[in-house]
Design a protein around this ligand. Sequence first.
Ligand code: XIL
Length: 327
Amino acid sequence: DVTLKQAAENNFLVGVAVSAARTQIAAYDEVYKREFNSITAENDMKMASVFTGIDGSGNIIYDWSKVDALINYAETNGMNVHGHTLIWHRSVPEALENFAGTDQEFEDLIGQYINAVLTRYKGKINSWDVVNEAIDDDPAVQWRNTLFLQRMGENYVQKCFEFARAADPDVKLFYNDYNMTFDATKRGKVLMMVDNLKANNLIDGVGYQMHIDYNFPSRQEIQDATDELVAKDVLIHFAELDVKVNAVDDLTEFTAERSMAQAARVAEIVEIFNAIPQAQKYAITLWGLKDDDTWLIPENNGRPEWPLLFDASFEKKEAYFSFIKVL
Ligand code: XIL
């Protein structure tokens, strides 16, 4: 049988969100290797996981263990690594939250962090989400109010991209954000920022987080949002793909009807991505392997979901087959 990565071979990468721990579990390991040629750490490469403190001399204390494990895993299995994410307001180390130094010292720590990560993994991590979700959802507000904005000012996104470019001129630098396929106002703000970064040769790609519903947004909206990004002449990542089927109905089980609808949606996503000019296609990344691993658990999401390509028993779903069939 043709696998996901085989179906997309010589065309684009097919990625999956993983954890270092799951790569050590045989059943996951087998499917990761069989189906995917790119990995993204769901959490293990976020700042709060890597930046564990500040020592008495003001230097950052790092825990590289999970990142190293994932890099070794990818190297052993010939997989691409997309780094996620250097700067995100929802993964701020306590030592930074509580940092009592000056704003300049804060900024120096950010520069030190980005430099350390990119230097250590030079040639091993192909691309990074440098900043994740920096643009505000409120149409009237450009920058989300984060610790980074407060400490480093409105230039902070550009500064982080500058730190990254200086640390490793070869690694591909991405900006990543959500609601990009249907919130045209937010997308406009993001794409304006991308124009500015691009004018300074600071950005290579953009990730549209694909946390979508089986019936929303419309295919046309997703196509239009993709066309706008194509016009920016950047690499395109359909990142964090998962397809909700239960946003309004309070289903307690995954129905055959919803399974088919989800499969049709995945086919649309793959078709839209596949029609991007070849040189701009980077990857489609699934935000998890199987339905019971999703971050969209009732505690976060209010209701159960079955948003991925494999069921809880590692069985291929209809959405898996439709991904392959349209390629
Ligand atoms: C999520 C992970 O899936 C969860 O396990 C974690 O508790 C929180 O972060 N946007 C992103 C991802 O860019 O990093 C988030 O991942 C989901 C939303």
